[in-house]
Design a protein around this ligand. Structure first.
Ligand SMILES: [Zn+2]
Ligand SMILES: [Zn+2]
Length: 684
């Protein structure tokens, strides 16, 4: 499921009103809960039901499909959503251990997610013969759900459980130990636990297994060590968005709920998210808490309480993070939003400002202080609450400060003197400068990409398949580059024709659309560029990047980048630091020299919106901005679902204080192309 998709050009409104820009429900992906589908009311304090043990039966008895229809049904107890979800999560795990393709394992987990968050009782709906629309459910999975609903069992799952012990899944948590190796170790040595793995690694037994070298053994021991020391896992933004969207649908359907707003670091678009926070505007908080506690998405209730009539709760989500839900009184949500959006550092500054003015600030509002700085109680008590964050900031004598800026990195000072940046919006983007088709390592043919870009309302898309030295990504040799150019030329003729005839898709950009021919050109380990100058000069846009030889010393890495920056043909440097969050560190670079040269040569620096990369990061964006650099915000999409990566890229750009004028792909197509065409003059 895509995160709050900016379909067409209807994305991020010019001022994120009460979190509207931080999470919008995607219309197409999940059905809104209807009255009839609402979960039954339940006791708020009832303990979460114990997981049902699935009975393992003989998988060789007659298959479900051949049983008489009459045997399906009423005498079989119905499985609850959380039980169904567990089964599908486990199927995903076990398939992974069997070395199944990632897309397949991901499909089962996605279905588990949608079942866990479904407002409908899935098994009973199936038994009634009216299966609910669940995202990710195709024919094969629908059959499995029907079997589970009718018989309470699933032969496929039982077979898997016989083949793969479920406890083996714990091994997958070890960094550096893939599912294939875990499967091998189990088959060869019967290892199913972390303790078993550790003792086998220490005794040297691991090396008796084919394909396990001393190096692998060391890697596994290091991984176990890391696992012990690792701070609690943080999620990528896209993962957080998926969970939050489902919860927002669930809680948004509870009677009396006016609004559901994600808060915390997600709303501020920090690059990873720990716990999740949701704020719910309602005067019927108890019903919200009850609905959440009754949800199959919740594994455990951590606690709840609250004061001043406002309820809150903390729950552990099934296969997910911890979630805090706070309810806010209708019409007085301003201080709640500020308080729970954070950051803590920003809020400390706001409380100081409030104190200076004789008020104490908490989530509940402002309370008048007496001459000793104590909050006034009883007769003299005075409280101010506000409907919006704008009013809260205004009460403190400040203009509205966007959530992405609330880190106490100078935003209060800037706000006081009216120098806050006019931050860039997703809807400002006119094109995407970094996308991959099936010609290299992306999915889908070129025309499918271009048609999708048109429907998104872009005026241009730069197709940037990899260059030939990146063989693992099926990089293009000069011959394929020429073929691609011809195809792009023909497509653009078609677009021009359709635009002349007025036959354009809904949501198309008023200036029309052109597919631009680009490449993601490798900066090779020997420092040379992957295509010669004559070929580079023929591209509309050249994006350069560095995927190999990442461990070279700083001097060598810098020489490679400086060659690219100074080339008259290289327009954009993609994902400059090369990091993958939690997986791969930054390149060792002299960032000052890098930014200085980028600014001098007018080479654009990419803010890569993939939530695995988020590169440049927010601090480097600010440093580069100060050095005089300009940027692009790109998706680096390989799959259609990744267009929306720009949401995270824009979040990062906003955290780096960027305005529209700093981001080159907010320019209309002509101006963007003119800027690109000007580079040879800038470096001459
Ligand atoms: Zn790349
Ligand atoms: Zn790429």
């Amino acid at each position: 499921m895509s995160p709050s998709a900016p379909r067409g050009r209807r994305s991020a409104s010019p001022r994120p009103k009460r979190g509207a820009a931080s999470l919008k429900l995607s219309e197409a992906d999940s059905p809104p809960p209807s009255e009839a589908d609402s979960p039954p009311p339940s006791e708020a304090d009832s303990p979460a039901p114990a997981p049902t043990e699935i009975v393992i039966v003989d998988p060789d008895e007659p298959p479900y499909e051949t049983r008489p229809r009459a045997s399906r049904g009423d005498d079989v107890p119905l499985l609850a959503n959380h039980e169904l979800a567990r089964i599908f999560y486990e199927i995903g795990d076990m398939l992974e251990l069997q070395g199944e393709m990632p897309f397949k394992t991901a499909a089962y987990r996605r279905v588990a997610d949608s079942i866990a968050h479904s407002p409908t009782d899935v098994a009973s709906a199936y038994r009634r013969g009216a299966p609910p629309a669940l995202s990710g459910v195709g024919k094969a999975i629908a059959d499995k759900l029907a079997e589970l609903a009718d018989t309470g069992r699933l032969r496929f799952y039982e077979r898997l459980r016989r083949d793969v012990p479920p406890s083996l899944v714990t091994l997958l948590a070890v960094p550096g130990l893939g599912p294939r190796t875990a499967g091998d170790l189990w088959r060869a040595l019967g290892i199913t636990s972390l303790d078993g793995l550790e003792s086998a690694a220490r005794s040297g037994d691991l090396r008796s297994v084919r394909g396990i070298s001393e190096r692998t053994e060391k890697k596994i021991l290091d991984g176990l060590e890391q696992l012990r020391k690792r701070p609690p896992r943080r999620m990528r933004l896209g993962q957080a968005a998926e969970i939050l969207e489902r919860l927002a649908i669930l809680l948004g359907g509870v009677p009396g709920v006016r609004d559901v707003v994600p808060a915390g670091s997600y709303r501020r678009r920090r690059e990873t998210v720990g716990d999740l926070d949701l704020l719910v505007e309602t005067d019927r908080g108890r019903e919200v808490i009850e609905a959440l506690h009754a949800s199959a998405a919740v594994e455990r209730v951590g606690g709840h309480g609250g004061r001043l009539g406002q309820l809150r709760t903390t729950v552990q989500l099934l296969r997910g993070p911890q979630l805090d839900v706070m309810t806010m009184p209708v019409g007085a949500t301003g201080t709640y939003l500020v308080h729970f959006t954070g950051s803590a550092e920003h809020n400390v500054r706001l409380r100081e400002l409030a104190r200076d003015r004789g008020w104490s600030l908490s989530e509940h509002g402002f309370t008048r202080l007496d001459e000793d700085g104590e909050t006034l109680a009883g007769e003299g008590a005075e409280r101010r609450t506000f409907a919006t964050e704008e009013e809260v900031y205004d009460f403190l004598g400040l203009p509205f400060i966007a959530p992405e800026l609330r880190e106490d990195r100078g935003e209060i000072e800037a706000a006081r003197v009216g120098r806050l940046p006019q931050l860039v919006y997703v809807s400002d983007l006119q094109g995407d400068c970094h996308t991959h088709s099936e010609w290299s390592d992306g999915s889908k043919p070129i025309d499918v990409w271009a048609d999708a870009a048109r429907r998104r309302g872009y005026a241009y898309q730069v197709l940037t398949d990899h260059s030939h030295s990146l063989t693992i990504a099926n990089g293009l040799d000069p011959g394929r580059v020429e073929q691609q150019r011809r195809i792009i030329g023909e497509l653009n003729e078609r677009f021009a024709r359709e635009e002349a005839e007025g036959a354009v898709p809904d949501g198309a950009h008023p200036d029309g659309f052109r597919l631009l021919h680009g490449c993601e050109m490798e900066i090779r380990t020997d420092g040379r560029l992957d295509y010669d100058d004559a070929l580079l000069a023929r591209f509309d846009v050249v994006v350069a990047s560095l995927h190999v030889g990442r461990r070279q010393p700083r001097k060598q890495l810098m020489d490679r980048y400086l060659t690219a920056l100074r080339s008259p043909h290289v327009d954009i440097i993609a994902h400059p630091s090369g990091r993958k969050i939690g997986i791969r560190d930054d390149l060792d670079l002299d960032w000052d020299a890098f930014f200085r040269t980028a600014a001098e040569t007018g080479t654009l620096l990419e803010i890569n919106g993939s939530d695995e990369r988020l590169d440049l990061d927010d601090r480097r964006i600010r440093a580069a901005l100060e050095a005089g650099c300009r940027f692009t915000v790109d998706s680096d999409a390989h799959y259609m679902s990744e267009w929306d990566n720009v949401i995270w890229g824009i979040g990062l750009a906003r955290r780096g204080w960027l305005e529209k004028r700093h981001v080159a792909n907010t320019l209309p197509r002509d101006e963007f192309l003119a800027l690109i065409a000007d580079k040879p003059h800038r470096v001459a």
